[in-house]
Design a protein around this ligand. Structure first.
Ligand code: MN
Length: 473
C-alpha cells in the first residue's frame, strides 16, 4: 500500500455498532484501512487513552437565517462551524429558510452564498417550506431532491410559517412521491395564540409568562396530529425538538404500531426547565426557547426516551440570538412582551460534552447509543451514510479524539460561537473532544483551532436510509 497520509493509532474506536481497538489509516481524506501496525504515514496521532468517535453531525442548527422577531443571527457560517468543530462536530445540516412568495431554488442559492467561503466543516441543507403551493411541491421539490436536498421542515405554528393540516398533507404527499423526509415542528398554533391573548389580558407580559403560552398538551396534540397526517399519507416523518414527555409518548405509541415516526430531542430538554425562564428579571431570556423546557421529572423521562430508542437524533437546535444589545433577544426594547422575544438557545459546541457527561458518564446511555444519537442516525435519516456518521473503510475521515477523563467547567468565554452567553455556564462536565479531524485534516487540537475559513464542502444528500424505529421498552 502506498504511504498513508495519517494514522490514528492506539485509540479505542467507537461506532454505533462496536467498540474495538484498532488503528485508522487515512488517505485522500478518507478512511482506507482499519487494522494493526499500519506502517508508514506522513503523520501519526497517538490516540492511546482516548476514544475515537465518528465526528458529530448536528442536523438541526440555525445559521445566518433571516431575523426572527427582529433578532439577528449572531453566527454566520464561519463562527457557527468553528464552534461546532471545537465541540467535536464535523458536519452540520442547517436550514435554508423559505419566505412566502419566494422560490425554494432562489432560497437554497442564497444559503449557498452564505456558506461558501465561510464554513470550516462540511454541510448539507434542509429546506424550510412555508409556501407549499402546486408549483413548489410539483416542480421545485422533485428537482431539489434530485440535486441533493432531501429533507424539508414544516411548522405547525409561528406567524408567516405555520402550515394548516391540508398544506401539511400536500407536503407529505410530495415527500412520499419523491422519497424525501419531512421534519415537523409540532405545536398547536391556535392554542398558543389563544393562550397568548389571554395572558396579555392579565396585563403581565414579562418573560415569566412565556412558559404558560405553550404547555405540554399543546405539543402533545400537535405531535399526535403530525403522526396522524403522516399515517394518512403513509410516509415517514421526523418530529423535531421534542420537549414534553407526553409528546414523546405519542411517538412511542406510533412506533409500537409500526409507523415510521422518528424523534429528535435537544440538550435544552435535558438540562433546562421552565423555571430557568420564569425567574425574575431578564436572566430568563437566556433559556427561552420553543418548545418550552418542562420540569425535572420530564427531563428524566426524556433521558429514558434516549436510552430506549424512542429518539433517533440528538441535535442542538442552535439558535444564536444574543442576550444583550439591541439586535438579539432585546430587539423589541429592554422589557419586551414575552411574545416578542426570539426563542432559541445556542448549543452547537456543548452538545456532545453535555450528552456524554450526563448520559454515558452517569450510565444513562451506552457509548453505541451516544454515537448513534450524535452522528450515525442523522447520517442515515438524511442520506449522508456511510460517507458520514461512522468509521469504516471508504468513509470520510471525520474523527473526534475524545478524552473521557477530562473535566471541564463550561464557560462561554472558552467557546467559539459569536454569542454572548451559554445557557450551560458553570456546568461541570467530564469528557471532552480534544482533537477534531475533518476529511483527514486536524482542525481542532488541544485547544487550538486550525480550520481554514471556507474549507467546508457542500454535501448532497441521498434519499433517507431508514430502519424502522422501535423503542425497546
Ligand atoms: Mn429549530
Amino acid at each position: 500500500m502506498a504511504d498513508l497520509d495519517l494514522v490514528v493509532s492506539g485509540g479505542t474506536v467507537v461506532t454505533a455498532g462496536d467498540t474495538t481497538k484498532c488503528d485508522i489509516g487515512v488517505k485522500g481524506g478518507r478512511v482506507v484501512v482499519l487494522g494493526e501496525d499500519l506502517g508508514r504515514a506522513a503523520k501519526t496521532i497517538d490516540a492511546r487513552g482516548k476514544l475515537v468517535l465518528p465526528g458529530g453531525i448536528d442536523s438541526h442548527v440555525h445559521i445566518d437565517e433571516y431575523p426572527f422577531l427582529g433578532a439577528k443571527s449572531a453566527d454566520d457560517f464561519a463562527s457557527a462551524t468553528r464552534s461546532a468543530a471545537c465541540g467535536g462536530t464535523t458536519t452540520v445540516i442547517p436550514f435554508a429558510e423559505q419566505v412566502r412568495g419566494r422560490s425554494l431554488r432562489s432560497t437554497i442559492d442564497e444559503y449557498h452564498r452564505k456558506a461558501e467561503g465561510r464554513a470550516v466543516i462540511d454541510y448539507a441543507f434542509h429546506q424550510i417550506l412555508v409556501d407549499p403551493d402546486e408549483q413548489t411541491l410539483g416542480q421545485e421539490l422533485p428537482a431539489l431532491v434530485e440535486d441533493g436536498y432531501t429533507s424539508f421542515k414544516v411548522y405547525m405554528t409561528y406567524d408567516g410559517m405555520a402550515l394548516n393540516d391540508r398544506q401539511i398533507l400536500n407536503t407529505l404527499a410530495a415527500a412520499r412521491e419523491n422519497g424525501a423526509m419531512v421534519m415537523v415542528h409540532a405545536e398547536n398554533d391556535h392554542c398558543i395564540r389563544w393562550l397568548t391573548d389571554r395572558l396579555a389580558l392579565s396585563g403581565i407580559t414579562d418573560l415569566s409568562q412565556y412558559p404558560k403560552m405553550a404547555p405540554s398538551p399543546v405539543e402533545r396534540e400537535a405531535t399526535h396530529r403530525a403522526i396522524t397526517l403522516g399515517q394518512v399519507v403513509d410516509v415517514p416523518i421526523l418530529v423535531v425538538h421534542v420537549s414534553a414527555s407526553e409528546a414523546m409518548d405519542q411517538i412511542r405509541w406510533a412506533q409500537a404500531k409500526g409507523l415510521q415516526v422518528y424523534g429528535e430531542t435537544c440538550p435544552q430538554y435535558l438540562f433546562l426547565t421552565a423555571d430557568h425562564i420564569a425567574q425574575p428579571g431578564w436572566e430568563g431570556a437566556k433559556y427561552l426557547c420553543a418548545p418550552v423546557p418542562r420540569d425535572a421529572a420530564n427531563q428524566e423521562l426524556i433521558w429514558r426516551g434516549l436510552a430506549t430508542g424512542v429518539f433517533q437524533v440528538f441535535s442542538s437546535d442552535h439558535a444564536p440570538y444574543r442576550f444583550e444589545g439591541t439586535e438579539g433577544k432585546k430587539a423589541h426594547g429592554p422589557e419586551p412582551h414575552f411574545r416578542h422575544i426570539s426563542p432559541g438557545v445556542p448549543g452547537i459546541e456543548t452538545r456532545l460534552p453535555l450528552l456524554f457527561s450526563e448520559g454515558v458518564g452517569k450510565g444513562r446511555i451506552d457509548l453505541q447509543t451516544f454515537v448513534a444519537l450524535t452522528a450515525t442516525n442523522a447520517a442515515k435519516i438524511y442520506g449522508l451514510y456511510p460517507r458520514k456518521g461512522t468509521i469504516a473503510v471508504g468513509s470520510d475521515a471525520d474523527l473526534v479524539l475524545w478524552d473521557p477523563a477530562r473535566e471541564v467547567t463550561i464557560r462561554h468565554a472558552d467557546l467559539h460561537d459569536a454569542m454572548d452567553y451559554t445557557p450551560y455556564e458553570g456546568m461541570r462536565v467530564k469528557g471532552w473532544p480534544v482533537t477534531t479531524i475533518s476529511r483527514g485534516e486536524v482542525i481542532w487540537n488541544d485547544g487550538r483551532l486550525s480550520a481554514a475559513t471556507g474549507r467546508g464542502q457542500f454535501l448532497r444528500c441521498a434519499r433517507p436510509d431508514l430502519a424502522r424505529p422501535r423503542a425497546v421498552a
